[in-house]
Design a protein around this ligand. Structure first.
Ligand code: AVI
Length: 318
């Protein structure tokens, strides 16, 4: 019998093989988030350079009561369990407003899910939490049975999807939402390149550690034997693409073993592997794009510098 962890390792190995044999080379960013990756990402969010989380938290502070009033009592379904800090602000507004709240965190990382669930259990006695361990896509079929709901997609994680993935995502969202549902979307906005570059190259080195962790994870789970000291983190904002591109650059020759497949891929010094993109948005373009998917923007909350925004969305009523 093939155990599910064997199946997961084969899937990871296949994804790594396909991405690393492509031109240019890449790895799917979902593999950045094992327990260690989630821990490293939390450290990034605490750095002075990473303005996204702090700005989003302060926007949530100023808007969640109003949002809870607009949506009414609803089940909160969160794509990407996120940090308990962020979720607590939202849960507080719903538990204060409606006495009890229902929360469904969805995450590919079982560890992140368990951490969020246990952090919340003690603090909110009237909260019913039901975690879903899986990809975002896995929760779409469940959404009609959870309506009325507010779908939370925070942290500008939407920016980690490329245009094609985003198009599929929004089609799925639109099909899964019922007329009484809402969605709260957090997005990082286009701004000067230097501010963005700093956020993805923090001085303490958490961003670099996060990028390298995908290779450390390959060592742990796929027996890859990659020399982590032979990898540099490279992240830069490309204004013409309105996105940050994050790469691992090899500083020495690497033989990458993928034990579950019995294959090896050679990476030469100087070769780069793209591990992630992080798209930044213009509000007017984004609202227009969402309109194509019949998602109407009811309200936008942004900081005075228009650095970041929360959009309260609703399926367009026909
Ligand atoms: C999760 N996501 C929104 C982060 C971002 O800003 O794109 C991931 C990240 N990668 C490196 N730093 C942050």
């Amino acid at each position: 019998m093939i155990s599910s962890s064997n199946t997961e390792a084969r899937e990871f190995a296949r994804a790594a093989f396909l991405g690393l044999s492509d031109h240019p080379r890449w790895l799917p960013c979902r593999y950045l988030y094992d327990a260690e990756g989630s821990r490293l990402f939390e450290r990034i969010t605490e750095t002075p350079e990473y303005y996204l989380t702090r700005t989003e938290l302060s926007l949530l502070d100023g808007s969640t009561d109003a949002i809870a009033q607009i949506t009414g009592d609803a089940t909160l379904v969160e794509l990407g369990a996120g940090s308990a800090r962020k979720t607590e602000r939202i849960l507080s507004a719903y538990t204060h407003g409606y006495g009890a709240a229902r929360y469904v965190p969805v995450d590919v990382s079982g560890d992140a899910l368990a951490a969020t669930t246990s952090a919340l259990a003690g603090r909110y006695p009237t909260l019913a939490v039901r975690g879903v361990h899986g990809s975002y896509e896995s929760v779409f079929p469940l959404l009609p049975s959870l309506s009325p709901l507010v779908l939370l997609f925070l942290g500008s994680t939407i920016g980690n999807l490329n245009q094609t993935e985003a198009d599929v995502f929004w089609s799925n969202v639109r099909c899964a939402l019922s007329p009484d549902d809402f969605m709260l979307l957090g997005v990082d906005l286009v701004k000067d390149a230097a501010t963005i570059d700093r956020a993805y190259n923090d001085a303490a080195g958490w961003s670099a550690a996060f990028t390298k962790n995908i290779f450390a994870r390959m060592n742990r789970e796929l027996g890859s034997k990659i020399d982590l000291g032979g990898i540099d983190h490279e992240a830069a904002y490309r204004p013409e693409w309105q996105r940050v591109e994050i790469f691992a650059r090899m500083t020495r020759r690497q033989e990458v073993h993928l034990a579950p497949l019995g294959r090896t891929i050679t990476l030469e010094p100087g070769e780069r592997v793209m591990t992630e993109i992080s798209r930044k948005f213009e509000l007017a373009d984004l609202r227009d794009y969402l309109h194509l998917f019949e998602m109407e923007t009811l309200q936008t909350f942004s900081d005075p510098a228009q650095s970041y925004a929360l959009l309260l969305l609703r399926p367009r009523q026909s």
